[in-house]
Write a new protein. Structure first.
Length: 183
């Protein structure tokens, strides 16, 4: 009988810890209007890095540390990837970033689901919506984003790791205006 009571106690303790972690992640997300971070991105073993600013809902500006002056911009509806020699435009809702940049979607889904993975440093959740699948990683100590893993529209595995996170900065919304196409 003591073993059963101990097992039930452990079960409820684990569930309480999971609920507390989820609650802390959700509360942290609710308090973020925008965030700035450095990133390292690995797409099919090709490493790129740079910095981004996210402004909820669904706006992002990323400048890559590359010789081709790559930028990625979303105005909330479209996503543009521009370099010195190329220009690609996509409907945002057809990309995994549509889910990552939608704070309400993240909060609603985290509140309903169980974590996918947890260790001493991070906790992850997996989201599936339409044709997009995203794994989102949160720091277990401060509940901030640590990164995400997606499959892009070309079926490439993309892993993005975030560092130097800062939140709720004063930002110039003009950076989210889509760049003009190269001529």
């Amino acid at each position: 009988m003591k073993k059963i009571i101990l097992l039930i106690s452990i079960y409820f303790f684990i569930n309480e810890v999971q609920a507390s972690t989820k609650s802390n992640i959700i509360n942290n997300l609710k308090n973020i209007d925008n965030l700035s971070f450095n990133f390292e991105q690995n797409i099919n073993d090709k490493l790129e890095n740079g910095n981004c600013i996210v402004n909820y809902p669904k706006k992002i500006f990323c400048k890559y540390n590359s010789s081709n002056q790559k930028i990625l911009v979303s105005n909330g509806q479209s996503l543009v990837v521009k370099t010195t020699s190329s220009y690609y435009s996509y409907p945002l809702d057809k990309t995994p970033l549509n889910l990552i940049l939608d704070k309400k979607f993240l909060i609603n889904n985290i509140s309903k689901m169980r974590k996918k993975h947890e260790d001493s440093k991070f906790i992850s959740f997996e989201f599936k919506h339409d044709e997009n699948k995203v794994n989102i990683f949160f720091n277990k100590k401060n509940y901030n984003f640590m990164g995400w893993q997606t499959v892009d529209i070309y079926q490439n595995l993309s892993i993005t790791y975030l560092t130097s996170m800062r939140t709720n900065l004063k930002i110039d919304n003009d950076i989210f205006n889509l760049p003009k196409q190269n001529n």
